[in-house]
Design a protein around this ligand. Structure first.
Ligand code: TRP
Length: 464
């Protein structure tokens, strides 16, 4: 035990942790999912609700997760083991480890597409489309190719493994310090390009002038679900990153900075993508294919589209990579801390397992497209299970654990370390955090779960 404690790495610097954690949070969720979900839910009104969810639920849970990890200095299973004698809680950590594989399995597939699209962009394929539907057909053709889709998944998992292999400082921290600034710059370039296009104001209107009538009860729940996904909450990823944090660092400000960066990037990506979509007269409510079907058409129509298409898919791939390393790190830290495995071995073994878990998701677009579980193919099932069941359930348990099992007496002692100033001056904020974790989170997250399991949909249908 002692050897584990003394050999456990810590982040080299505060900014290193912020960039790594923000890198974990900022990913396909911000650039692929947020624009299309918001596009489907009417834009500005959805954004307003999403911002509220991030602030009222997301930030408090993020603080709780990072705090738990920093307190125990362990992976999610080890964290619950260290903080309570009740063995049942270890299962919550275990669920996080399993969720890591499940998320990686569909995340890696989309990230693989993104890699493949860098190559398509370089080849200039987007300029061969005669009609808008040709872009969709091209996408379908590529994803039907078993070698293309699994090969790219493998390439992506290989790169993810390479970074995690080198550990916290030399791998994740160093990688994030290089990739995150590049990502910010590329995204800013895309935003200015979008804003400079003729008709960009229609996109801005969609993003910033709310049309409340488009907002339904379900989109509110969707906003909360997305807040979990985009902040990487509910499966112990932030707990694991928090476990490499020093007790001298301030958990509250660090969490606030991560939330601010993640939200900013989602909004900038929203502006970049929706201004371009509106200027070229495309449909914002296209759904998950928005980036791979619709955006290529936009590139063919914009000046300098060739170079912007390359920039865009590099940016998307970098964002995906800094997130997938946070997922693989959860699994790795579990086997290193709890099972005494060497990091190198754990990464190679479980990275390969994650790749194999991803294969059925990749094949959902071709050979296995007719294999369905409860009406969903593997890819959709993994996506649904992770975002709608595992993450909210994890968040629910984390808030219950902090409020009712570990208890605020102990939690506040830990939270205060490194944040003494906030405790002196911001009494109300601390009180607010407690109230949210104790009452709001359990109730609201429970509603999200009900929705996920379809109960709410059924009830709504009954009463319509
Ligand atoms: N937050 C990332 C995104 O927005 C995805 C992600 C990485 C994630 N690690 C996670 C989601 C852990 C949930 C849990 O793309």
């Amino acid at each position: 035990m002692v050897s584990i404690e003394s050999s456990r790495e810590q982040w080299g610097s505060k900014i290193g942790f912020i960039l790594a954690a923000a890198g974990g949070a900022i990913g396909l969720g911000n650039i692929w999912k947020f624009p299309y979900v918001m596009g489907q839910n009417g834009g500005a009104a959805f954004i307003a609700v999403y911002l509220l969810c991030v602030l009222i639920i997301g930030l408090p849970i993020l603080i709780a997760e990072v705090l738990l990890g920093r307190t125990a200095q362990r992976n999610p299973v080890g964290t619950f083991k260290a903080l309570t004698k009740n063995k049942m809680w270890r299962a919550v950590g275990g669920m996080g480890v399993v969720a890591g594989f499940v998320i990686l399995s569909f995340y890696g597939v989309v990230a693989g597409w993104s890699f493949g699209y860098i190559i398509e962009a370089i080849k200039g394929s987007f300029f061969d489309y005669a009609t808008p539907s040709a872009a969709g057909e091209h996408f379908n053709e590529l994803t039907q190719n078993v070698y293309w889709i699994t090969g790219l998944l493998g390439l992506f998992m290989g790169l993810t493994m390479m970074i995690v292999y080198f550990g916290i400082n030399k791998g994740i921290e160093r990688g994030s310090k290089i990739m995150m600034p590049v990502l910010f710059v590329l995204l800013l370039i895309m935003m200015f390009k979008g804003l400079s296009m003729e008709g960009a104001e229609k996109g801005l209107e969609f993003l910033f002038i709310p049309n409340w009538s488009k907002l339904t009860g379900l989109s509110v729940l969707e906003a909360l679900g997305h807040a979990f996904f985009t902040l990487s909450l509910g499966m112990g990823a932030m707990m694991t990153y928090g476990s490499y944090m020093s007790k001298k660092d301030n958990v509250i400000t660090a969490s606030a900075q991560i939330v601010a960066l993640d939200t900013l990037i989602a909004l900038v990506a929203g502006v970049a993508i929706l201004t371009a979509i509106f200027s070229t007269g495309q449909n914002p409510a296209e759904g998950p294919g928005l980036i791979f079907h619709t955006l290529p058409i936009v590139f063919t129509k914009m000046t300098g589209g060739y170079i912007f298409s390359i920039i865009f898919f590099i940016l998307l791939s970098l964002a995906a990579l800094t997130s997938s390393i946070s997922l693989l790190e959860v699994v790795t830290s579990y086997f290193v801390d709890e099972k005494g495995m060497q990091r190198h071995k754990a990464v190679l073994l479980f990275g390969t397992v994650a790749f194999l878990c991803g294969v059925p998701s990749a094949l959902s677009f071709n050979i296995l497209s007719d294999t369905k579980i409860f009406g969903l193919n593997f890819f959709d099932m993994a996506n649904f299970l992770a975002s709608n069941i595992f993450l909210p359930l994890g968040g629910l348990f984390i808030s219950i654990f902090v409020a009712y099992v570990w208890g605020f007496d102990k939690a506040l002692i830990e939270l205060k370390k490194g944040a003494e100033e906030i405790f002196e001056k911001r009494f109300w904020e601390i009180k607010f955090w407690k109230i949210v974790i104790k009452y709001f989170c359990p109730v609201l997250i429970f509603l999200v779960l009900l929705h996920s399991i379809g109960v709410l949909t059924m009830i709504i249908n009954l009463f319509q």
